[in-house]
Design a protein around this ligand. Sequence first.
Ligand code: TXA
Ligand code: MG
Length: 337
Amino acid sequence: MEETILLGTSDAQLKIAAQALKEGKVVGIPTETVYGLAADATNEEAVRKVFAAKGRPGDNPLIVHLADFSQAEQYTSYIPPLAKKLAQAFCPGPLTMVMPKNDRIPMATSGGLDTVGIRVPSHPVMHRLLELSGLAIAAPSANRSGYPSPTTARHVMDDMTGKIFGVIDGGACEFGVESTVISFDSETVVRILRPGCVTRDMLLPYCEDVIIDKAILSEVAAGEKVASPGMKYKHYSPKANVVLVEGSAEALKKFLQDKGETSCYALLYAQQDDFPCKVITYGTDSSAQAHLVFQCLRELDDLGAGTVYVQAPSKEGVGLAVYNRLIRAAGFEVIRL
Ligand code: TXA
Ligand code: MG
């Protein structure tokens, strides 16, 4: 057990964090998507501490964060021209591009793959930390493996106290869901491995096609080959039993009334009069839902919720990212009303 310190965002505090990273320690960091668990991406021992703190399977690679996309040359063996175009449009921001790695990225960081996911975060605190440390920073989401991602420093403290050096408190994350992860099927065709706030429609003008990998909305069978190791693991799962409901709040109300269910919770777009069980809300538009989804799942655990019926989000635009997280939180249990 080490004492985990809470750090502020002044330069003096960020220098403490930068020094800790250079010494191979692990620090919780804010980004515009979710909080990450940062370590020097080139330091195998430091990266192993990240896997240990999360309880993450060793074959699930970490994203490498850079201050500027021009640094990608130092960690990759090939950068598709399309990646450079996309970087101009979306970096810094919530986009991760998977490219062939070079020897500076240890196998521990890449989960044994010969590729690396590169991301240039836009969060000013994370950006400053990258500058001050001069490092390439490997950072998965800062939750314990399988649990919903953290969007506040408090969430990181809840999961990581005693396991890491410190957490930088940069306030609540802007987007609330993790970055869009893409790989390159060809020089002109991109594949979305994990949907996020950079949507298919936003990528399309730069590409001949943007394929949405089938594992985004469906369960991966045991032993099936996947494009991204993260697809095959249990994910975003609170303690509560989550059931995704395709249908209106009205239809869910009737369903619960007919069943006589009152002890469950419902996660709805908006409050409803005379609902048979307790309701919490996560907003009506996709951006609000993305911002709140993980926070709501954590809150439901704090409330001691047993079963939670979740009004399914739209799959359009950013909604696809929210749907992808929720269908996994539900272990693919969906009812259609
Ligand atoms: O927004 C984000 O991406 C956050 C913040 C902290 O930057 N990070 C994050 O990391 O969500 P993580 O490790 O929780 O999720 C990364 C996902 C995993 O599903 C992993 O399998 C996939 O990206 N991934 C990483 N590198 C990959 C690679 N080389 N090839 C295929 N998939 C990769
Ligand atoms: Mg994660």
